[in-house]
Structures are given as C-alpha cells and as structure tokens.
Design a protein around this ligand. Structure first.
Ligand code: ADP
Ligand code: MG
Length: 478
C-alpha cells in the first residue's frame, strides 16, 4: 500500500515558558545558564510546610495568550497535582491544571503552502516546569533551577494532517507568543518546545489510530523531520501486520530516527486531584478586560494590514512582520514617505540585505528609519537616481553619512533639460560616424552614446531624460 492511502493525524502540545522574573509558585528567580541549583527555594525543593503562592504575572500572561488565541477565559480555574516519580520533580507531583484549565478552545490560523488553514485548540493551561537530570561521569545529578518555572501548555486538537501543517502551526504560535511578550521564544534554551502526538489511519477511516508522542522537540526542523519519520514508521509497521503501541518516543536528529523511551501514561496513572494548597483561581471581569485592552496587534493582522494599506505583496508583508522591530521600522519609513512599496523594497533589499550579511537584524541598523525616509524622499523628488541612492545608502550604512550631506558633497541628479541637451549635442557632434550608424539602424550604438553622456555627467544625468533627449536629438540629425 502506498503512503497516499494513509492519512496522518497530528496534535501538538506546546510548552511556552512564560516571561516571568520568578517561578509560578514562589519568588525563586527564573534565569538561564546559572550554576546548578542556584535559583531554588523551599517551594522549589518541595520541602515540607513550604506553600505555593500563584504568580500574578504568570496568570496575566496566560490570560493574554488565551485572549489572543480566541480562547474562552475561565473566570474560575483550579490547579491540580499530577503525580509521577522522577528525580527532577522533588514534590513527587507537578502542579498543573486538569479538569478546570484557565483557557478553553481557541484557534491557530496559519498559512500552509500559501493556503490559509484554521486549527482548533483544546485548551491552554498553566503548569510548572520540572528540573533537569544531568548524566555525567557515570553519575546522575539533578539541577532544579528550572523546576517550578511557569509554563503555558497549549494543547491542540488532533486536526493537523501533515508535518507541513504541524510546522506552520508551531511557527505561527511562536510568532504570536513572542509578539505578545508572553515568552522570549528562545527554542535553544527550551523555552518554546513541543510534544508531537501522531497516529495514522487508512483514508476514509474516521476513528483515530493509536498515537505515539514525540517528546520535547525544540526546533521547527526537528518537528518536521521527526513527524515524517514517525508517520513512515507507523505505516510500515501496520502494513507489515504489526500494531502501533501508545508510547513516548524521542527524536535523534543525528541518526534521523525516533526511539521508544517509555510506555505512555494515561490520565488515571497520574492520580490527578485538586491541589489543596492552592485556592481556586478566580479572575474578575475588570482584570480580563484590562488584559484584553492591552493586547498588541498580532503578526497576522499586521501582515494583512500591510498588504491592504501599503499595497505590499503577501511575501513582502510576511518578511516585514517577522518581528515587531522590523514592522515598526518599515512602518515608520512607509508613513514618512507615503510610498509603501518603495519603502518595502528598500527595507528588504538594502537594509535587511546588508544587515543579514553581518548576521544582524533591524534593531542594529546603522541607518535609522528617519534617515532612510530622507533618502527615499530625495529619490522620489528625483534629486537622486536609483543608482545614486544606492551609493548614498552605502555611505549612510558604512560611514553614517546623512543623505543631505552626501548630496552636498557628490551633487544630485542632473534633471535640467537644457543642461542634458547641451551634453547630448556635444557628444553627438564629437561622434558623427556613430550618429550615421545609429540612423542607419544600428541600435547597438545607442549604448555607446548613453555611456558617453553618463561619463560626461559623471553618472548624474537622469537616465530617463537622457534616453528621451538622445532619441530626439539623433532623429533631428537624419
Ligand atoms: P496527554 O498527552 O497529556 O495524555 P491528550 O490525550 O489530551 O493528553 O492528548 C494530547 C495531544 O494529543 C493533543 O494535542 C491531541 O490533539 C493529540 N492526540 C490525541 N489523540 C491523538 C491521536 N489518536 N492521534 C494524534 N494525536 C492525538
Ligand atoms: Mg501529552
């Protein structure tokens, strides 16, 4: 049977580390890269008698994310204990939310290969992260710096149908959490990572197949590759008469395979129950409305607005909305010049092009939005030709020269018709043979004349005027 006879079903659980200064239930600092066990306290250690107190900022960020995703925000949610035994979990349970999460429903809208798709969310809940087991020199050590860090787990419905869907969905969510300031988005540090659940079924089948869960994937590329591999593995397994077992697997990117890690627990294995140390989490209307009123424009809405208001192509709009800083830079230039398309071309090709070579983005641009707008103003007025504008940009970028200063030093474009005519006539007078050749139909000679005229004006004559005047003057000599 061919892969085309099968359908993949994928649902992602994405862990978003909330950008809080302290942990979800204590004042221990959240900070990456410190000495092991530096950022801990009695609550993190789960010492007897230490009581959790919920971090208001984490709640606010969860609500912010929920509102942005179109979730229903539960005005009363509850924390639950999820029990499992592992050395990086000192209490023996993780505080999470189970039956009463803070956000329900919601949707991720994203483009997959140019087609807009909507994927529903099941829920978003708050939970604390675990610590880290370090295995070195034949010993196993535990670092609890990360334990207790605030996470939002974004649980998607099993509606994704391909690795491409999954990658697009994950990228869109990543852009959103960063734009919201809910998460720093650092995937290398594991601050945005996913568990990818996947099953296969024959086309036409409506029941879900048995799934496996690929744990803790912290790169878009890995998610795509891991899912491709896992889908093929499951299809081959079922086709050869085997059955998929529900289990947790890990992705080995070097070998390009997923590997079984452990059997997958069901909810009853975790013995969930409401955490008696924490009160019901209630949100009042004014709080939710305040958070709603503070939502920034989301990347997708901004993209659409750039297409609509500035006449950009969806592709350009996409490039320019990759970060809030890029969008703000472009918008400042476009608004100042009143010409969105030209602004987009210059920001993408010149500014981002130059920065990209140095591995930088617009935050580090030596050319400010205002300076670029000045340059484009001179280009628009015809003071500079596009060739001159590019030279000027280079001087701005490399030496911090202001556009006006560059023009003062190098002169602007020659647009005076009389002046250009004089040069054209002089060049034609000096080259009577070539004039005859041109008149007899040898169009190639045109390039020679344009070259001579540009040389005589040191590249400053307006090219369009040169072409017009040259054609007219040659014709008058027939
Ligand atoms: P948990 O993994 O914590 O037990 P759930 O059972 O609610 O939680 O499922 C978590 C994720 O698995 C969700 O994103 C859901 O879309 C996805 N999922 C559930 N069943 C399947 C399935 N048969 N195939 C693929 N994905 C699935
Ligand atoms: Mg899971």
């Amino acid at each position: 049977m061919a892969r085309a006879d099968w359908e993949a079903v994928i649902g992602l659980e994405i862990h978003v580390q909330l950008a809080t200064a302290t942990k979800l239930f204590s004042a221990a600092p959240v900070s990456f890269g410190d000495e092991p066990n530096e950022n801990i306290d009695p609550v993190t250690l789960g010492l007897p008698g230490a009581l959790p107190v919920v971090n208001a900022r984490a709640v606010e960020l969860a609500v912010r994310l929920g509102l942005a995703m179109g979730c229903e925000i539960d005005r009363a949610s509850r924390f639950a204990r999820k029990h499992y035994f592992y050395p990086d979990l000192p209490k023996g349970y993780q505080i999470s939310q189970f039956e009463e999460p803070i956000c329900r429903g919601g949707v991720v809208v994203c483009d997959v290969d140019g087609v807009e798709k909507r994927f529903r969310l099941t829920r978003i809940h708050l939970e604390e992260d675990a610590g880290k087991n370090v295995h070195e020199g034949g010993r196993s050590l535990v670092d609890l710096n990360r334990a207790g860090t605030a996470l939002c787990e974004v649980v998607g419905e099993p509606e994704l149908r391909s690795p491409a869907d999954a990658v697009a969905y994950m990228k869109e969510l990543h852009q959103i959490v960063v734009a919201l300031g809910v998460c720093d988005g650092n995937m290398e540090q594991g601050n945005f990572r996913c568990d990818a659940n996947v099953s296969v079924r024959r086309r036409g089948e409506t029941r879900l197949g048995t799934r496996t869960e690929i744990k803790n994937v912290n790169s878009f590329r890995f998610v795509g590759r891991a899912l491709e591999y896992e889908i093929d593995r499951q299809i081959a397994l079922v086709e050869s008469g085997g059955a998929v077992v529900q289990e947790t697997r890990g992705w080995d990117d070097e070998k390009g395979v997923t590997r079984s890690q452990r059997g997958k627990e069901d909810a009853q294995d975790y013995r969930y129950f409401p955490d008696p140390d924490l009160m019901e989490l209630t949100l009042d209307e004014a709080f939710v409305e305040r958070v709603r009123s503070e939502l920034p424009e989301l990347p997708r809405a901004r993209r659409d607005r750039f297409v609509r208001d500035f006449g950009l192509t969806p592709y350009d709009a996409d490039v320019l909305t990759q970060s809030a800083a890029r969008a703000a830079y472009f918008e400042a230039v476009a608004t100042a010049t009143g010409d969105g398309k030209t602004a987009a071309n210059w920001v993408i090709n010149e500014v981002l092009g130059a920065l990209n070579k140095a591995g930088l983005d617009v935050e580090s641009s030596p050319v400010s939005a205002a300076a670029l707008a000045d340059l484009l103003g001179l280009l628009g007025k015809g003071t500079l030709s596009s060739k001159m504008a590019k030279d000027c940009f280079l001087a701005m970028y490399q030496d911090g020269v202001a556009p006006a200063a560059w023009v003062a030093k190098n002169g602007g474009q020659i647009t005076d018709t009389g002046a250009i005519e004089a040069v054209v006539r002089e060049v034609l007078d000096k080259n009577p043979e070539q004039v005859q050749e041109l008149l007899s139909g040898k169009d190639k000679v045109l390039g020679f004349f344009v070259g001579q005229i540009m040389k005589a004006t040191r590249g400053k004559a307006n090219p369009q005027q040169v072409n017009e005047i040259l054609a007219r003057e040659v014709e008058s000599r027939r």
